[in-house]
Each structure stands twice: as C-alpha cells, then as structure tokens.
Design a protein around this ligand. Structure first.
Ligand code: URA
Ligand code: URA
Length: 205
C-alpha cells in the first residue's frame, strides 16, 4: 500500500515513537474518532521482532486504551503463553486505533486513514515477523481479497525483509471452540508453533 500522510502532510515515520503515539491520540482523520473513549495505539517492547496486528479495538479496549484485553484478548494471551511467547515479549496493535461502532469490521477507508500510524509503528519496531489476525489486517497488508481460511498458516515476504504470517482471529476461535484435528483452533496451534520456530531461526541468525 502506498504511504499516506497525516493531516499536515507529514510522513509520520519521521516522528519519534512517543510523538507518533501522541499524534494518534488526537487524530481526527476518520469518522471512528467521533465515537471513541480512548485511542488504542498498541503496546509492547520497542523495537520488537514479533508484531501482532488485529482488526480494531472492541469495547473493553476502547474503555481501557489497551489492545486485546477483552475476551478475544484473553484467548490471544493464552495462545501466546502456551507457546512460550509471553505477551510482554510481543508488540500488539490493530489496523485501526479507534473502536468501530457495534464492533463492526473497520471499513477500508478507515484502515487507509489509519495506515500512516501503523506503517510508522512497523518502521520503528523493525519486526522480523508480522502476524495478521483475521481477514481485515491480512487483506490490508497483503493487498489481497483472498480469505483467511485459504491463506493463513503461510509466510509471505512483505517489505524490507519482514515476513507476514496470517492467522485466524481469536474472536473466530471463540465462535468455533472445537479442538478436533483440522478445526480452526487446531490449525491455530500449529500456526503459532511455526511462528515460534521461525522466530528462533531469525534470532539464531
Ligand atoms: N479484536 C481486535 O481485533 N483487536 C483488539 O484489540 C481487540 C479485539
Ligand atoms: N473471518 C475473519 O475475519 N477472521 C477469521 O479469523 C475467520 C473468519
């Protein structure tokens, strides 16, 4: 996706990380700014070799200002913990930083409006691997219409040597709790193991 600029026509990648967050917190680039309680910028170490990108903040995230802290977030925490990838060791953010009303999916123009922030975050975080959770971030970053069921569980070369790995969204796993062989949860368990293994390969050169 092409680089977009903020209201002032500035390339946000030039800003220090803290300044970037401060700008996002007063952003009015799209309609989602009207309904928000808190901007949910993201959290985790900086830089960070593993970044997770979700869809957008839900109700609890909007109330607390933290990403993935509601039910889906608790499941994400469990998945991370069980794979010995502690939540504190990864960076977690979303395609849009403000809550879409009624928990609908972020619209394309909202994700595009928010892209300069996400792009600048990625630029500063310098991840080796980006995991996109669900259709919205996967389709945005890979610029594809392909559905998550088809493209999850594969490494895609993205930009600047970063690999992108799509996984099911934890909300989808909450709706599909079976752990049978071949189920979304089963596949997600396989997927996170692959992310972990690949990360180790990167870390060990
Ligand atoms: N779902 C998301 O996609 N992101 C969050 O931060 C919470 C729930
Ligand atoms: N649809 C989504 O958006 N995400 C999933 O993980 C599955 C279906």
């Amino acid at each position: 996706m092409r680089t977009l600029f903020d209201e002032a026509g500035e390339d946000l990648r030039r800003l220090p990380f803290a300044e970037l967050e401060a700008r996002a917190k007063v952003c009015k680039l799209c309609r989602l700014s009207h309904g928000r309680t808190h901007v949910v910028f993201g959290e985790g170490p900086q830089p960070c070799d593993l970044v997770f990108i979700g869809e957008g903040p839900g109700e609890v995230e909007d109330q607390t200002g933290r990403p993935f802290v509601g039910r889906a977030g608790q499941l994400l925490d469990e998945i991370l913990k069980a794979s010995e990838l502690p939540r504190e060791s990864v960076y977690i953010t979303n395609t849009v930083k403000c809550r879409p009303p009624e928990n609908r999916l972020p619209a394309r123009d909202e994700m595009e409006a928010c892209w300069p922030y996400l792009e600048a975050q990625i630029y500063h975080l310098k991840p080796k691997i980006i995991v996109t959770l669900g259709n919205a971030p996967t389709q945005l970053l890979l610029d594809t219409q392909e559905g998550i069921t088809k493209i999850r569980g594969q490494f895609f070369p993205w930009k600047n040597g970063i690999e992108l790995f799509p996984m099911f969204h934890p909300s989808y796993l909450l709706r599909n709790p079976s752990k049978e062989k071949g189920s979304p949860k089963y596949l997600t368990w396989k997927d996170i193991q692959r992310v972990k293994a690949r990360l180790h390969e990167h870390r060990n050169g």
